[in-house]
Design a protein around this ligand. Structure first.
Ligand SMILES: [Zn+2]
Length: 474
């Protein structure tokens, strides 16, 4: 081959091998931004600050450089975008601690991973910080957390848990069995090194494994929560576990036939809990133990509502986010639940569970909120956070207290309450704008036109529009 031809070929090869130019952003992430920030001014607003305090009316809130700079009778500095808050409420962004990046498929035991849509939908639903409550794809969650923190994509701050720390029986093939206590400690060490900032123990973990995992996490200054079954709440509290998921709904402490390191059937567990008087001494003793050991509980009423007959179906706007197959699967399972014995049992137990959660708080316990988008579906990110707050209110918490559970309490647990969790001067401007007053009508939470994270305002409608039908795809 002649030299010029060689040169041409080399150029062609070079061109062929070159990476293609990045495609135009398919996400439209920039189109979600209503106010780029970092300065904003809300005038004439109803302010629920997240501390549990009564709302302040007709106040202004100034955001400067992404932080709350002034609250009260201030005027808008020149050049700062002004949002008229007449008839609207301002809340801190939700801090939800039992979220997932996966969602159930129509086939039991199979889950799809949707970090792309879920990270954006959580934000659109007012969640500005979340902890994943266990991961089936920890590398994916850790990378998503990193991308959000680096400003490469919108989304809530993510405390990414490692893989489920599970014993001999697996809910899905995406989990792994711990071999023994040393394996539990090794697993925690490995995933902490890989970027996991939190851990979750699961149903069949043994006492030895749980103890080793807690110690390994604590050595690194990280926390560990559990959805337990083979280990009782009392046993886990004595080991120093930091948090227990699903509040009292999975406690096996009251199953009379329970054997050490063995998980009773879920029917036996539910029956044991349903037989308890929520105001009686047995649950009171357990609450005292948990509080003495500083164990936080996570309320996940959203997922339990789906198990209970007679409860509303997920709203149309939430179902519209699902692919046709996921939507159809959820709707038929929801219909079947209405007539099932399990649905009836849960319908009776749900108000009792709410009562236990209220008692835990009344006695001084730290109750956190999460939404847990699992079960058979219907707990859809973007709509689940507000529903969790509405259910806390239905359970008897005054709105301001329910909001605190879903905001400041989570921040306290995560050790970030100096930075986030309430609308206070100096804190990061993570805010939810509500059309109406959710303290008077919790349904107002469904009207959430704007969510602000660190001073950047996102048009929630634009995110929901872009995510129609995509849960199930990506
Ligand atoms: Zn979960």
């Amino acid at each position: 081959m002649e030299a010029p031809m060689m040169k041409l070929l080399a150029i062609a090869l070079l061109l062929g091998a070159a990476p293609p130019a990045p495609p135009p952003s398919p996400s439209g992430d920039t189109s979600f931004v209503a106010y780029p920030g970092p300065n904003l001014f809300f005038t004439n607003i109803i302010l629920y600050d997240g501390t549990g305090a009564a709302p302040r009316r007709n106040v202004s809130v100034l955001v400067r450089n992404g932080r709350i700079a002034a609250i009260g009778a201030v005027t808008a500095p020149a050049g700062v975008p002004v949002i008229d808050g007449t008839g609207k409420s301002l809340l801190p962004g939700f801090v939800m601690v039992h979220e997932h990046m996966f969602y159930p498929s129509p086939r039991p035991g199979e889950y799809g991973e949707y970090p792309y849509s879920f990270s954006r939908l959580y934000l659109a639903g007012g969640t500005t910080t979340l902890r994943t409550g266990g991961s089936l794809a920890p590398y994916g969650d850790i990378e998503t957390a990193r991308a959000i923190a680096a400003g490469e994509q919108p989304g809530p701050d993510m405390d990414a848990t490692g893989p489920y720390l599970e014993g001999p029986h697996l809910l899905t093939a995406k989990m792994v069995r711990l071999k023994d206590a040393a394996d539990a400690a090794r697993t925690v060490d490995y995933w902490a090194g890989a970027g996991a900032t939190s851990f979750k123990a699961y149903n069949y973990i043994t006492r030895d494994e749980l103890k080793a995992a807690i110690e390994a996490a604590h050595r690194r200054g990280l926390k560990l929560t559990g959805h337990l079954c083979s280990v009782s709440y009392r046993e886990a509290a004595a080991m120093g576990i930091d948090n227990l998921e699903h509040s009292f709904a999975v406690a096996t402490d009251f199953v009379k036939s329970k054997q050490p390191d063995q998980c009773p059937s879920s029917a036996d567990t539910l029956a044991s809990l349903a037989a308890l008087d929520p105001d009686g001494p047995e649950i009171g003793d357990l609450i005292r133990t948990l509080i003495a050991r500083k164990v936080a509980l996570t309320s996940t009423l959203t997922v339990f509502e789906t198990f209970a007959a007679g409860r509303p179906e997920a709203p149309e706007a939430a179902r519209a986010l699902l692919s046709p197959q996921l939507r159809q699967a959820y709707e038929s399972r929801w219909a079947a639940m209405q007539a099932s014995p399990r649905g009836r049992a849960w319908a009776q137990f749900l108000p009792r569970l709410m009562r236990m959660e209220r008692r835990f708080v009344a006695m001084g316990g730290l109750l956190l909120a999460g939404t847990d988008p699992t079960g058979y579906g219907g707990v859809v990110p973007g709509w689940s956070g507000r529903r969790q707050v509405q259910l806390l209110v239905e359970g008897g918490f005054p709105f301001a207290q329910a909001l605190r559970i879903a905001t400041l309490n989570g921040a306290v647990y995560l050790g970030r309450d100096r930075e986030i969790g309430s609308v206070e001067i100096g804190k990061r401007a993570d805010l939810i704008l509500i059309d109406g007053d959710p303290g008077l009508d919790p349904a107002a939470l469904d009207r959430m036109p704007l969510v602000v994270k660190a001073g950047t305002g996102y048009r929630t409608r634009a995110i929901f529009d872009a995510m129609q039908g995509v849960v199930g795809l990506y």
